[in-house]
Design a protein around this ligand. Structure first.
Ligand code: F6R
Length: 370
């Protein structure tokens, strides 16, 4: 059932192009209507939403953080992202105009389920983004957008993450068209970029793995790793750090690259591996220059630089010891490709250390206790 792969994780990473593609099929029609799987929220309710709160745990919460950048940009309403287990206990401000988006691969995560129950009790509508048909979270939500990533068996979440981002983007584009915050042709263009991402993920899977394996060999004995990114690269850094903790049991810390000088740079010593998610340089992206200057700072302190960057980025080539390339794509789409080499890196390091990548110690696939 591993279909020729030597682990489920390997198989599931290679299913990412299909996971994104299947999650997109038939979602937005030519009139810009969203095809939800189950809806008990009418168009009027969606139109009057004035705040979104995304809840989830672990990887699902990072997909939510990515979505925040896109949805706020497109829909111009505030989007908060909160860990489900923190949400319920702080008396969050919820109104009938708040849309709570609960993201969960399994649909059974108790922390997320309890948080969504709380939101509904307070009169907010809940939309679930879920990968498991008929699970508790979609059953108890007001509307459901299923991610069609297919069953995810490996404990570490991979294809579900890219499918969750895709589904949340579709929701964002739908709200943007409903509220008229983005021109119609721009929505169509963005949807086209999204539809193009499976091909770009495939390119990463076809061209980068041998480089990733070589890096894993070189770095597997490191005691710790730092992961840094900005904007949508920030949650990608957090997700890359989580993968490495979970299956390679390596101590990692992920943070926003802008924080470096506010403390974490003190950790950087000779040979410390630091992974940077570098935004595209095109369009005189100011964030690109800032991330490059972060790279220079840690390089000067002897760090080993691993970068995920756009193909041909000359600044990155100059400083980085290892580069995983991403094909050219809009910044908001970049998480869908950038996470792939980080998932592969964690998997390769775990394999080289002799660990079971599908069943890491101390972890269960679905966490059904609070
Ligand atoms: C990470 C991982 C966990 C889950 C989290 C939420 O690889 O597997 O962090 O993402 O437990 O699980 P779901 O999405 O099933 O609610």
């Amino acid at each position: 059932e591993k279909g020729g792969w030597d682990s489920f994780m390997d198989k599931e990473i290679h299913e990412e192009p299909a996971a994104v593609q299947r999650t997109l099929i038939g979602r937005l029609d030519d009139e810009g209507r969203l095809n939800l799987d189950e809806v008990h929220i009418d168009e009027h309710d969606f139109k009057t939403v004035d705040k979104i709160i995304v809840i989830g745990c672990g990887t699902a919460s990072y997909a939510g953080m990515v979505a925040k950048y896109a949805i706020e940009h497109w829909v111009r309403i505030p989007v908060e992202v909160e860990l489900a287990h923190e949400f319920r206990y702080r008396d969050p401000i919820l109104t009938p105009r708040t849309l709570v988006v609960a993201i969960s691969q399994s649909g059974e995560t108790m922390d997320t389920l309890m948080a969504l129950r709380h939101a509904r009790e307070q009169g907010s509508k809940v939309l679930a983004i879920c990968n498991t048909q008929g699970a508790s979270i979609p059953r108890e939500s007001d509307a459901v957008l299923y991610t069609h990533a297919g069953p995810e068996v490996a404990v570490a979440s991979t294809k579900a993450f890219v499918a969750q981002i895709t589904a949340a983007y579709v929701l964002g584009l739908y709200l943007a068209q409903l509220k008229g915050t983005v021109f119609r042709d721009e929505i169509a263009q963005t949807l086209d970029s999204l539809k193009d991402m499976p091909r770009k993920i495939q390119w990463v899977l076809d061209t980068q793995p041998s480089k990733v394996s070589a890096a894993a060999r070189q770095l597997r004995d490191a005691n710790s790793f730092l992961f840094l990114g900005r904007h949508v690269g920030y949650p990608v850094a957090l997700e890359g750090a989580l993968k490495l903790k979970e299956i390679a049991y390596t101590f990692t810390e992920g943070f926003a690259a802008g924080e470096l000088k506010h403390g974490p740079i003190a950790l950087v010593d000779e040979g410390e591996p630091v992974v940077f998610i570098v935004p595209p340089a095109r369009g005189r992206n100011v964030l690109h220059a800032k991330v490059i200057s972060g790279i220079e700072e840690v390089k000067a302190r002897g760090a080993t630089i691993i970068a995920v960057a756009e193909e041909g980025d000359a600044d990155v080539e100059r400083y980085a010891d290892v580069v995983f390339w991403r094909p050219e794509c809009p910044t908001l789409m970049s998480p869908l490709v950038d996470v792939v080499p980080l998932q592969l890196l964690a998997m390769d390091m775990a394999k080289q250390k002799g660990y079971d990548v599908d069943k890491p110690r101390n972890l269960a696939k679905s966490v059904t206790v609070e």
